[in-house]
Write a protein that binds this ligand. Structure first.
Ligand code: AMP
Ligand code: MG
Length: 540
């Protein structure tokens, strides 16, 4: 048993439950919960909890010692089998627009918030178990999570963090020792799978849908309480809540959301289910379900088979969908402001914000000191066309671009008969089907490189600074879909080594990491249409 002192030194300061109205019903059964932001509920005990992995960085941020993280107590607590003194577990009530339609009450159907810790390094942090049993918000589902989706959530949360993308975090991943039934593609083939629990961490898990639910019910009292609480807790610099401050708050959510999306577009991340219940008001990437990473650059790609026909949440649609979701949040908080025009202005401003942010991000990807509208609009547009012309791995292409000797591009390159495959050798790794490199493609690539070289020539950055900037912006390693799938297949056989190995590589995504190059390779052909690699569903 772990020293009691270690456990008791961790203090919980549960402001959410202390400050907001809770559900008076104490029994745990599925229901509509009105007039309350949360329902108290306990995690279900599990038969045979077993540790798989924890994130050292996250533990450190929380002030958890290695001794605690390696202890049995840690596994018991983060599998839902024991509560630490001061924990006051609850599930939140929220609603949401799913695939464009209002879905009514959703809520934490399989997430249980354990309590909030004030950390020295990162302020307030909520600990939340995902997959530890039903809550009043579980509707017709079981409140559980399976190993494959929990591995995906654990690894991606930490990978995103190391990539510098705002995200909820993951502290731990444990097996429950129990089996969970899932019909992976909703096609009448249910299977038993190992159950697992991730402990997620974020300053707050409040979503757009937390506000939408009260607004949709006309419960302006709780809507205001929740907005005021959120502003005071997570946006204290905005001042005392009042209509003017609600507008400022909305502006900040738009800005943070916009920044998050630009990071997704920079790294090729596709969320897969951008419903308003999966949008954090802190602008954090939240709810890792059927997400994926672009392999060949295809703006029309989504990994989510549930969205295969609508294609609402494709890579290229993400900026627009974020705006649509922000408009829903704007509608939800309108009753607090009673004036649509500042909200509308903020929504209109999003396009400008996004364009500026996108241009800056693209300039960094290309190693330019700053975006120049005179030349760079067409440089970027032509690059987008080029990338989509033939199957080109986005990550490898950008990373390799820094290795081209672009400063010594031969004179009149596009008209010369210089062999493109020789000059652009570093790029050749990026092509999935080299036979697609035909004459029109070669010509397009040559003329784009010429355009890029001209632009570089007029840019003040030195070769060194340019490469450095590019290598800080273009990751060498992303959490490739097939790699996670391989880690899952091994884990399902009881071998967790690849989860550890992937986390290790993803700790330094912008470094070269000699010996780890296999993790930077493009998707092998066997993974092209394999379930789990390029095809995922919401079943998790
Ligand atoms: P998602 O869009 O997958 O994040 O989930 C939509 C809603 O379904 C949320 O309210 C979740 O809490 C709920 N949900 C998803 N899976 C389960 C499950 N296995 N048990 C209970 N609720 C679930
Ligand atoms: Mg969700």
């Amino acid at each position: 048993m772990l020293d009691k002192r270690i456990i008791e030194s961790i203090e919980f300061d549960n402001q959410f439950v202390k400050n907001l109205p809770g559900d008076p019903e104490k029994n745990n059964f599925r229901r509509q919960v009105e007039g309350a932001c949360y329902s108290r509920v306990h995690p279900v005990k599990t038969a045979g909890p077993k540790r798989i992995i924890h994130s050292k960085e996250m533990a450190q941020d929380l002030g958890f010692s290695e001794e605690f993280c390696e202890s049995d107590t840690f596994v018991r607590v983060f599998s839902g089998n024991a509560l630490m003194p001061g924990m006051d577990p609850f599930a939140m009530c929220y609603g949401g627009h799913q695939f464009g339609n209002w879905a009514g009450q959703l809520g934490d159907g399989r997430a249980i918030n354990l309590g909030e810790i004030i950390t020295p390094a990162s302020g307030r942090q909520m600990l939340q178990l995902k997959g530890s049993g039903p809550t009043p918000y579980s509707r017709n589902a079981d409140g559980l999570a399976v190993l494959r989706s929990s591995i995906r959530e654990f690894l991606c949360s930490e990978a995103m963090f190391h990539l510098g993308i705002p995200t909820t975090r993951a502290l731990s991943l444990v097996l429950t020792g129990e089996q969970v039934e899932r019909d992976m593609f909703y096609d009448g083939h249910p299977k038993l799978e190992p159950g697992a629990i991730v402990c997620r961490v974020a300053p707050s898990f409040i979503r757009f849908g937390n506000f939408e639910i009260f607004s949709s019910r006309g419960d302006l009292k709780v809507l205001k309480q929740l907005a005021d609480y959120t502003i005071k807790t997570d946006f204290p610099h905005l001042g005392e809540p009042c209509p003017r401050v609600y507008v400022k708050w909305f502006e900040e959510i738009c800005k943070k959301t916009c920044e998050m999306i630009i990071h997704w577009m920079r790294t090729g991340f596709v969320h897969g289910v951008m419903n308003t219940d999966n949008m954090s008001v802190l602008g954090l990437t939240i709810d890792y379900g059927p997400y994926g990473w672009l392999e060949n650059f295809d703006p029309g790609w989504t990994p989510n088979t549930t969205d295969a026909s609508m294609r609402r949440y494709t890579f290229g649609n993400q900026p627009q969908i974020a705006l649509w979701n922000l408009a829903q949040l704007g509608n939800a908080i309108y009753p607090l402001i009673q004036d649509a025009s500042p909200l509308q202005d903020t929504i209109n401003e999003y396009h400008r914000l996004y364009q500026i942010g996108f241009n800056d991000m693209m300039a960094a990807k290309l190693g330019l000191s700053a975006f120049n509208p005179l030349t760079d609009d067409s440089l970027i547009q032509d690059l987008m066309t080029l990338l989509a012309m033939i199957e080109t791995d986005m990550t490898i292409f950008y990373r390799s671009l820094a290795h081209l000797d672009i400063d010594h591009l031969p004179e009149d390159f596009s008209k010369s008969d210089t062999d493109i495959q020789t000059f652009a050798r570093p790029l050749m790794d990026a092509y999935y089907r080299p036979q697609q490199i035909d004459t029109p493609y070669r010509e397009h690539l040559k003329s784009w490189l010429e355009q890029y070289a001209r632009r570089i020539h007029s840019d003040p950055l030195s070769v060194e600074s340019r490469r450095k900037k590019m290598n800080h912006t273009n990751p060498k390693y992303v959490l490739r879909n097939y790699l996670t799938q391989l880690a899952i297949e091994k884990a399902e056989q009881g071998d967790f080594s690849m989860i550890h190995e992937l986390l290790e590589v993803m700790r330094h995504p912008y470094d070269e990491q000699p010996g780890k190059e296999t993790f930077a390779r493009k998707r092998p052909d066997w993974a092209r249409v394999k379930p789990g690699c390029s095809m995922l569903s919401c079943s998790s």
